[in-house]
Design a protein around this ligand. Structure first.
Ligand code: ADP
Ligand code: MG
Length: 224
């Protein structure tokens, strides 16, 4: 196992991705094939099988959708954008999922700041972080958003009250396909980091003192 870890560290990111994709897509395909063969053989639990097969297809769908995002030509469309307005958009977008889970997403700041960014990419970052926060919280609680100027940077904190992150895995977050979830893809944080890199911004992941985690985006001041 240790040998495998050493090897995977030497593998290029593209190589790791390719290996991951092959693995992640082969499993649901194997399962789909198996169920089709059962149906071909004339079993009579078709209704049950349809549901499993649709789930497997959805898994492949999710993975390919996320991968398409990575492979998109990176034409950045950077402008001066209001952080508050982008957060509002994403809060609205995820409000059904939050409500369903009894979770409130709350802005702790009143003074707005602007950052120089590609709006749709930054929204994707917030979507990924909010989704993880919702998924980490056990159907209740508050996700807090804080924005602070720390001259010359701007910090955006997503503070959750979720299950938290253990020391053992905290450094693995952002490796392609690293997930602890049954239906996770393990691509969200990797994509988030890639987008932030394109903005010369960074992501800090911290364990909160009492409960949950904080994901901090550190955004550079606009230089030109
Ligand atoms: P996915 O959500 O599909 O698992 P991500 O890349 O978004 O993939 O996250 C990778 C892993 O990081 C998750 O499976 C989870 O273990 C951990 N993680 C991410 N965000 C949080 C969070 N807010 N609280 C606790 N664990 C988290
Ligand atoms: Mg995720």
């Amino acid at each position: 196992n240790e040998e495998m870890m050493v090897r995977s560290e030497k593998m290029s990111v593209a190589g790791q991705l390719a290996a991951g994709i092959a693995h992640e897509i082969r499993n649901p395909l194997t399962s789909l094939k198996g169920f089709l063969q059962l149906m071909q053989a004339g079993v009579n639990r078709k209704e049950e099988y349809y549901k499993i097969m649709i789930d497997e297809i959805e898994k492949i769908e999710t993975i390919t959708t996320e991968l398409l995002f990575i492979s998109k030509p990176l034409t950045d469309n950077k402008k001066v954008e209001s952080v508050s307005a982008m957060l509002d958009d994403v809060i609205a977008l995820l409000s059904p999922q939050a409500k369903l889970n009894n979770i409130e997403i709350k802005k702790l700041f009143s003074e707005d700041v602007t950052i120089y960014c590609d709006r749709s990419q930054l929204k994707q970052v917030f979507i990924n972080l909010f989704k993880n926060a919702i998924e980490a919280m056990n159907h209740s609680g508050t996700i807090k958003l804080q924005v602070s100027r720390r001259h010359p940077s701007i910090e955006i904190d997503v503070i959750d009250e979720g299950v938290g992150i253990s020391e053992e895995i905290i450094h693995k977050l952002g490796e392609p396909f690293f997930t602890t979830k049954q239906t996770g893809t393990g691509l969200g944080i990797m994509i988030t980091k890639q987008i932030l890199e394109r903005h010369n911004a960074t992501l800090e992941i911290k364990r909160n003192p009492d409960i949950g985690s904080t994901f901090r985006i550190i955004f550079p001041a606009k230089l030109d």
